[in-house]
Design a protein around this ligand. Structure first.
Ligand code: IPM
Ligand code: MG
Length: 360
């Protein structure tokens, strides 16, 4: 059956990297019988410029109707002076929230070819394979009340609310334990239970849910320690379960273990497995338009879509193998370049991956 993919390129390097993922998709269609229909829609700053809102109703409708969503990146300095309510990020957060994409999978895998691209010592990162599971539709990102006001002294004050209901914690915890069951059966839940009541509840509920998964070893770690352990000895982790904010921070940190933030894909899923797939990096305004961005995170996100939303393991494997082949051949974008390899641009990397796909 033909699957429909909503393509939301967004801002900055978004369109450049999404183009490369579409090349890969095109090759899967022409060579391997994948049946796909794509529909493009505006999101973020691009949507604001064209329609006056970062999250047009039409985009939500297209995303809702599609079987899956591929997203590039949103945001950039151009839109930073805007009010929060119309910032590009609102478009992304709106999609996550409206589609109830609460489970965000962020795998951090170090490809052996890139062991020298990481700023960490090879022995610390080689063989790294962590899954960060980030809660994506709750916590301080969405908690009310929020805003800015004048306090009693006439001073400006900013405030946000960290809030999680039991059911929100429970549903993400179940996803975490299920993922751990398919991996090394270890789940480390990250919190700040020594200071924040909300995360004390988080820990309590995760322990309760854990009773249903006796085959998974559950541990708990304060977020500050988790940040340190990620750079000290990252291979101690199998699955890390985090709230929205901690996962945002720790996944950027984990990205550097893999050589570059340009390598990390992500999947954001709802309860039924419908998903939005995007690289974890941002719109990278500093390199926009230069043709040097790394498209691999986006191409691997497409691989995750095939695997998780479409259950198409064969084509998902093909995409991952093609990425590995291109790396094996020594091709590198600037962010993962190291001596003795060949530095190429965004489009060349897309072409190299497509060529490898054809060959394999
Ligand atoms: C991410 C990004 C987003 C987030 C931004 C762009 C709103 O940093 O997906 O990690 O904070 O969730
Ligand atoms: Mg982030």
């Amino acid at each position: 059956m033909t699957k429909k993919i909503a393509v939301l390129s967004g801002d900055g390097i978004g369109p450049e990297i999404v183009s490369e993922a579409l090349k890969v998709l095109g090759c899967l269609e022409s060579e391997f019988g994948l049946k796909i229909e794509t529909e493009e829609a505006l999101i973020g700053g691009a949507a604001y410029d064209a329609k006056g809102t970062p999250f047009p109703a039409e985009t939500l409708a297209i995303a809702k109707e599609a079987d899956s969503i591929l997203l590039g990146a949103v945001g950039g300095p151009k839109w930073e002076p805007l009010d929060y309510s119309v910032r590009p990020e609102r478009g992304l957060l709106g999609l996550r929230s409206e589609l109830d994409l609460f489970a965000n999978l962020r795998p951090a895998v170090l490809y052996p070819q890139l062991v020298n691209a990481s700023t960490l010592k090879p022995e610390v990162v080689s063989g790294l394979d962590i899954m960060i599971l980030r809660e994506l539709t709750g916590g301080i990102y969405f908690g009310q009340p929020r805003g800015r006001r004048l306090n009693g002294k006439g001073e400006r004050e900013g405030f946000n609310t960290l809030v999680y209901s039991e059911s929100e914690i429970r549903r993400i915890a179940h996803v975490g334990f299920k993922i751990a069951q398919k991996r090394d059966k270890r789940l480390c839940s990250v919190d700040k239970a020594n200071v924040l009541e909300c995360t004390e509840l988080w820990r309590e509920v995760v322990i309760e849910v854990g009773k249903e998964y006796p085959d998974v070893t559950l541990s708990h770690m304060y977020v500050d320690n988790a940040a340190m352990q990620l750079v000290r000895n990252p291979k101690q982790f199998d699955v890390m379960l985090t709230d929205n904010l901690f996962g945002d921070i720790l996944s950027d940190c984990a990205a550097m273990l893999t050589g570059s933030i340009g390598m990390l894909p992500s999947a954001s899923m709802d309860q039924e497995g419908k998903g939005m797939y995007e690289p974890i990096h941002g719109s990278a305004p500093d390199i926009t338009g230069k043709g040097i961005a790394n498209p691999i995170a986006t191409i691997l996100s497409l691989g995750m879509m095939l695997r998780y939303s479409f259950g198409d393991m064969e084509n998902a494997d093909r995409v991952e193998k093609a990425v590995i082949s291109a790396l094996d051949l020594g091709f590198r974008t600037a962010d993962i370049y190291s001596e003795g390899t060949q530095r190429i641009g965004t489009a060349e990397m897309g072409d190299a991956i497509v060529a490898a796909l054809r060959k394999n």
